[in-house]
Write a protein that binds this ligand. Structure first.
Ligand code: ADP
Length: 167
């Protein structure tokens, strides 16, 4: 099989990357030749971390995975995937509530590019409740999120929230 057929783009906000994302990346990296974790640069969700900060945290957390690389993109995911010769989009499904939106996106992306397939990997049970949003919320209120995110992310969350409360 040509390498491009086993290259997957894993797009998302990753604001910030959590142990749930990381678990998905590790499992995907075992079955695919290469995974590009692609952060959405200009996110309408008004991210807490800049695209550079988000990419740095992903790079640190995946440094031991030789077939995982980190990038960012703007605009249509299908254009970005095409530019990389990728034919697979990777997404995670935590609960049934994720499914409707994920299916809608997958079908829209296939409509935009018939060559592109979305593959879904179910979240591990222990991370199925975990989202970047809940991590930010708990951390903002002073809760300990060190078991939910990589160590460098936990430190940056504390730093970010203390800067925000000072500023
Ligand atoms: P987006 O803003 O595009 O939803 P996220 O960073 O929140 O980006 O998530 C990116 C992808 O990772 C999505 O497919 C999402 O379902 C998946 N994901 C998020 N959290 C987890 C988790 N805890 N376990 C597995 N997959 C997850």
């Amino acid at each position: 099989m040509p390498a491009s057929e086993q290259l997957a783009i894993y797009p998302g906000s990753f604001d910030p990357i959590t142990n749930g994302h990381l678990d998905l990346i590790r499992r995907a990296a075992k079955i695919l030749n290469h995974v590009v974790v692609a952060t959405l640069r200009h996110d309408t969700k008004d991210p807490l971390f800049t695209a550079e900060e988000r990419m740095e945290m992903i790079s640190q957390a995946t440094a031991d995975l030789p077939n995982v690389s980190v990038d960012s993109f703007d605009g249509l995911l299908v254009d970005y995937a095409r530019g990389h010769g990728a034919r697979l989009i990777l997404r995670g499904i935590r609960a049934v509530s994720d499914y409707e939106y994920e299916l809608q996106m997958a079908l829209m992306n296939r409509q935009l590019s018939t060559e592109l397939e979305t593959i879904f990997i179910p979240a591990s049970e222990q991370y199925s409740y975990l989202s970047s949003r809940i991590v930010k919320e708990v951390s903002r209120l002073g809760g300990d999120v060190s078991s939910l995110v990589p160590a460098s992310v936990s430190a940056r969350l504390i730093e970010k929230h203390s800067n925000l409360s000072v500023g």
